[in-house]
Design a protein around this ligand. Structure first.
Ligand SMILES: C[S@@+](CC[C@H](N)C(=O)[O-])C[C@H]1O[C@@H](n2cnc3c(N)ncnc32)[C@H](O)[C@@H]1O
Ligand code: SF4
Ligand code: SF4
Length: 429
């Protein structure tokens, strides 16, 4: 009997759907943790691991986040608030992610991508997916936004719909004129980094030559065209601007004279930011702000939380960065700490480190669950739980007047203090 012919594409999509079901059933978080285990790494190899992680992230985790955003309950007050307010982000901002996708806002706040970064830049920015997201702001539904994650919605700080800036964008949108390209671009499409902080990854990841060549090819075809009207570019939330060859090449390319008004905001661990890198990347006159993640105030803690990092080298580099801040070469300098059991006892010394090295802000945020942690590992690291054995000690550190200094930004740390708990005021000067 003659066998019916099955189209290859239909077969592949059926296989892919089955694979999604299978992985769903196996609990994707547990699977993710399994494949990032160093022993599994040895056997399967880094590139295959990254491919599997990207697949799970794009096909399962991202869809779950989208579903969650769409189905979060909204009461009448929230709906009325959204109808009367506006957000310019989807009209002005582009973010790239390590799985090769592009978004018009933070992917945790608005988890629906507008397409792949390697698509034609004009089609990507003005295509149906992007327009649909913008329409959801214009019609006041904000239906793709996760209102719990979004800081603008949850703190009710969006601009009013009748504000000058909102009306300017709405007029532009209704006029049917070609939409201008993004003004603010966040580049996070390469995870390459010189460190392997335990809060972030289980081992060092540096893109191999083939992957780097692909990323470098994107520079000319996608990234530079998308940056042509931008005022600011942030590098990077995924890896390190100095530890990634791709980002180093990109920065050099941006500083070749074609983008004179573009300001670069650096988000880095600071380990490789010395005078030589500054000269080599032609950064003079180009950097708007610098955010250096440090996470410790003592060498032994630093060696643990910033695995592969040297505190001595960090301090040498901070001395150089301080000269840049003091001369006005950099407009803003931020030091940050991801607060966890290992480092909360150094929060006050960390504020002093900020003062010593001319930081404009010392910022704290609690460690977040990531796929690399087992439940027990996270429980051990997360100092914000009242059941943690050092929670009382953590609260007593938060009592310190030192943390009420205008230099300090407490991020989400205070949200983990008990209800009704108040901070003491800063000591009188
Ligand atoms: C992934 S890094 C990329 C930029 C650069 N490599 C750095 O460390 O600043 C971006 C930020 O994520 C923070 N981070 C890493 N792991 C985290 C976690 N589990 N929870 C919260 N923040 C984390 C880092 O401290 C850093 O400030
Ligand atoms: S998630 Fe928040 S910031 Fe992003 S587009 Fe929606 S309202 Fe704007
Ligand atoms: S330096 Fe940044 S990107 Fe690199 S491992 Fe640490 S947190 Fe992750």
């Amino acid at each position: 009997m003659k066998q019916p012919r099955i189209e290859l594409s239909a077969l592949l999509s059926r296989l892919s759907a089955n694979l999604v079901n299978l992985v769903e059933a196996a609990a994707p978080r547990r699977l993710m943790r399994f494949i990032v285990d160093p022993a599994v790494h040895e056997v399967i190899g880094q590139d295959r691991i990254e491919a599997v992680k990207t697949w799970i992230d794009t096909n399962i985790m991202l869809r779950r986040r989208q579903e969650r955003s769409r189905t979060l309950p909204r009461d009448e007050d929230l709906k009325a608030y959204l109808r009367g307010h506006f957000c310019e982000r989807p009209f002005r901002t582009l973010e790239t992610t390590h799985n090769g996708l592009a978004f018009v806002c933070c992917p945790v706040w608005l988890p629906t991508p507008i397409g792949r970064l390697d698509a034609d830049p004009t089609k990507l920015w003005t295509g149906p997916a992007a327009q649909q997201l913008r329409e959801s702001i214009v019609d006041g539904s904000f239906r793709y936004c996760n209102h719990l994650n979004c800081a603008g919605i949850s703190s009710r700080s969006l601009p009013r719909r009748d504000s000058k800036e909102a009306r300017a964008i709405l007029d532009e949108h209704h006029s049917g004129e070609a939409l201008s390209f993004p003004r603010q671009v966040f580049l996070s499409h390469d995870k390459s980094c010189n460190l392997s902080c335990p809060s972030c990854r289980s081992r060092v990841y540096v893109a191999d030559k083939a992957r780097q060549a692909k990323l470098d090819a994107l520079t000319e075809t996608s990234i530079l065209p998308l940056l042509r009207e931008a005022d600011e570019v942030l590098i990077t939330g995924s890896g390190d601007p100095f530890g990634s060859n791709h980002f180093r090449n990109l920065i050099k390319r941006l500083n070749g004279g074609e983008f004179p008004r573009l300001k670069i905001h650096l988000h880095t661990n600071g380990q490789l930011w010395n005078e030589r890198a500054w000269q080599d990347l032609r950064l003079q006159g180009r950097v708007g702000s610098a955010h250096i993640s440090i996470d410790a105030a003592r060498p032994d803690t630093y060696a643990f939380v910033r695995r592969n990092g040297s505190f001595e080298r960090l301090l040498r580099n901070l001395a150089f960065v301080k000269t840049l801040r003091e001369s006005g070469e950099i407009a803003e300098l931020i030091f940050s700490m991801v607060v966890q059991a290992r480092n909360f006892g150094e929060m006050l010394e960390f504020v002093q480190l900020g003062r010593d090295y001319a930081a404009d802000m010392v910022s704290f945020n609690m460690i977040r669950q990531r796929d690399i942690f087992s439940r027990d590992e996270f429980k051990e690291a997360f100092i914000g739980a009242p059941t943690h054995e050092a929670y009382a000690e953590f609260l007593s550190v938060l009592q310190s007047p030192e943390l009420s200094s205008p230099l300090v930004h407490m991020g989400n740390v205070l949200a983990y203090a008990p209800a009704g708990w108040t901070r003491p005021q800063a000591a009188a000067a």
